[in-house]
Write a protein that binds this ligand. Structure first.
Ligand code: GLU
Length: 441
C-alpha cells in the first residue's frame, strides 16, 4: 500500500476524515454467538482502498487480522463458478435475494435449493461444490483461492474454527436439510466442517480491499497482476453481492450506497466500485441486521461524496470525438477518437462516422491512435460498422494499433497524414468501382 509517501494525498485524507468522524459512533454489538468472536476489540476500526492500478490507501488500524466469516462467500462462489460454470452451480443454489435472515432454515419448496449463495445454506452448498478428491484437498483449494484474491497466503484461526465447530449446530442442521432435498451432494458433516474452516480464515482489511479490487478489476488481482477468475465470473459474483450481500439490509444498502458489497459477523465489509477500486472496512460492532455500524456509515458517505452509486453510471467524461471533418469536397471523412471506448463512446464515434461519410462511396479515415483501450462491446460495434462501410464500397483506413478481433479487410496505418494521402490517392478507384461495380469499362 502506498499511503505512506510522506505528504497526505487526497484519498488518504478522505479515508482519514471518515475514520475520524465515524470512529466516534458507539452503537452496535460485537457478535458473540461464536464465542471466540466476542473477544474482538470493539474500538478497532480501519479502512483500506485499493485501486485498479494497484494504488493502495488506508486509514486507522489496517494491520489487524480478523476472521473473514461470511466475507469468504463471494470469493468461494467465484472459485466454484470458474470451475463448474453458472448452470451447474445454479442446480444447487439460486440467485434471488431471500429477504430472510442469513442463517434462516429456508429452502425452496419445489427445488429444495437455498435462495442464494450469500446466506449460510447457499454458502455451505457452494463450498461443497468445490471440485476435490476429499475434504482436505477441497479446503486447500479454497484457502489457495482466497490467497490469490488477497495476493498473499492466508491462514486459518484454529481457535475461531473450533469455537464455531462447538456451536454451529444450526449450520449443521442446514446441511442435513439440504442433503434431504438433494441439493447437497457431499457428506453434510464434512461440508459444514469445510465451511467453518473457510469462515475462520484470517485476513486484514488491507487484504480485503485487494480481494474486492480483484473483483472490480474483472478478476485480475491489481497488485500481483495474476488472473484469479475469468471476467464473466467476477461480473456474476458482483451481481450476487449487489442483490444479496448485506444481509437483510441489501435493499437499503443498494439504495443509499449503490455498490456491490459483502459484510461478515466479525465486522468486515468489502464494497466494490466496478472498474475503479475495492474498499474494505473493519469495525466489529454490528447493527441489528448484522452489518458493521461504522463501515456502513463511512461507505455511505464515501459513495455520496465521490459519486460512486452504480446507477449513476457516468459516461466517459472527456470528449470522445475531438475532431470530425471532411476533405476533398466531402469525399474523405476524418474521424478522430480518444480515450477509453465503451458502448457510449463507440456510439459517439459511429454517430460521427455516419454524419461525415459521403452519400456515395468515398474514403474514411478513422484515427484511433489516441484511444487508450476499448471494451468488448465497443470493439464489436466498431468492427461491425467498419465492415458495413466496406461492404457499402467505402475505402476505410484505421489509424492506430488496436486489438481488433478480426482486423477485417480495412486498411491499417500508423500515421494519420499518410493515411489521408493514401485515401486521396484511392478515391478515383473507389469512384470507378462505384460507377461500375463489376469492374467493366
Ligand atoms: N461462520 C458464520 C456462520 O455461519 C458466518 C456468518 C456471517 O459472517 O454472516 O454463522
Amino acid at each position: 500500500m502506498s499511503s505512506s509517501r510522506g505528504g497526505v494525498d487526497v484519498v488518504t485524507e478522505a479515508l482519514a476524515e471518515l475514520h475520524g468522524r465515524y470512529g466516534a459512533l458507539s452503537e452496535g454489538r460485537v457478535a458473540d454467538y461464536i464465542p471466540q468472536l466476542a473477544f474482538a476489540d470493539r474500538d478497532c476500526f480501519g479502512l483500506a482502498l485499493m485501486s485498479m492500478d494497484g494504488h493502495g490507501y488506508r486509514a486507522g488500524r489496517c494491520g489487524v487480522s480478523f476472521t473473514l466469516q461470511s466475507l469468504t462467500k463471494p470469493f468461494v462462489l467465484a472459485l466454484v463458478l470458474a470451475e463448474l460454470g453458472a448452470d451447474e452451480v445454479r442446480r444447487s443454489v439460486g440467485a434471488e435475494p431471500s429477504g430472510e435472515a442469513y442463517n434462516a432454515i429456508s429452502l425452496d419448496a419445489v427445488t429444495g435449493r437455498p435462495a442464494n449463495p450469500m446466506i449460510n445454506a447457499g454458502a455451505i452448498a457452494v463450498t461443497a461444490l468445490v471440485p476435490a478428491t476429499g475434504p482436505g484437498e477441497r479446503f486447500a483449494r479454497i484457502l489457495e483461492c482466497l490467497g490469490r484474491f488477497a495476493g498473499r497466503a492466508l491462514y486459518v484461526d484454529e481457535d475461531v474454527y473450533r469455537s464455531e465447530v462447538a456451536t454451529g449446530d444450526r449450520n449443521r442442521a442446514l446441511a442435513y436439510l439440504m442433503r434431504g432435498t438433494g441439493v447437497l451432494r457431499g457428506d453434510p458433516g464434512e461440508s459444514v466442517d469445510t465451511y467453518f474452516r473457510q469462515c475462520a480464515v484470517r485476513a486484514t482489511v488491507t487484504d480485503l480491499a485487494v480481494m474486492g479490487a480483484t473483483l472490480a478489476n474483472g478478476g485480475i488481482n491489481p497488485v500481483t497482476r495474476e488472473r484469479v477468475v475469468p471476467e464473466p465470473v467476477a461480473v456474476q459474483v458482483l451481481s450476487v453481492m449487489a442483490m444479496c450481500g448485506m444481509y437483510d439490509a441489501a435493499g437499503s444498502w443498494m439504495l443509499n450506497v449503490g455498490l456491490p458489497a459483502k459484510s461478515g459477523v466479525s465486522g468486515g465489509l468489502v464494497a466494490v466500485s466496478p472498474d475503479r477500486f475495492g474498499i474494505a472496512v473493519h469495525s466489529p460492532p454490528l447493527d441489528a441486521v448484522g452489518n458493521p455500524v461504522r463501515g456502513v456509515a463511512a461507505l455511505r458517505e464515501l459513495s455520496e461524496r465521490f459519486g460512486l452509486h452504480l446507477m449513476r453510471n457516468a459516461a466517459p467524461g472527456a470528449p470522445t470525438v475531438p475532431l470530425s471533418t471532411t476533405t476533398n469536397g466531402g469525399r474523405i471523412a476524418l474521424i478522430v477518437a480518444q480515450g477509453r471506448l465503451d458502448f457510449t463512446a463507440a456510439e459517439r464515434v459511429l454517430f460521427a462516422l455516419e454524419q461525415r461519410r459521403a452519400g456515395a462511396p468515398g474514403a474514411i479515415v478513422l484515427a484511433l491512435e489516441r484511444v487508450s483501450g476499448m471494451d468488448s462491446s465497443a470493439k464489436a460495434m466498431l468492427e461491425r460498422a467498419l465492415t458495413l462501410l466496406m461492404e457499402a464500397g467505402h475505402d476505410v483506413t484505421v489509424v492506430g494499433d488496436l486489438p481488433f478481433r478480426t482486423h477485417g479487410t480495412w486498411k491499417r496505418s500508423t500515421d494519420r497524414a499518410q493515411a489521408l494521402t493514401a485515401a486521396e490517392r484511392a478515391l478515383p478507384a473507389v469512384q470507378d468501382r462505384h460507377r461500375d461495380p463489376d469492374g467493366n469499362r
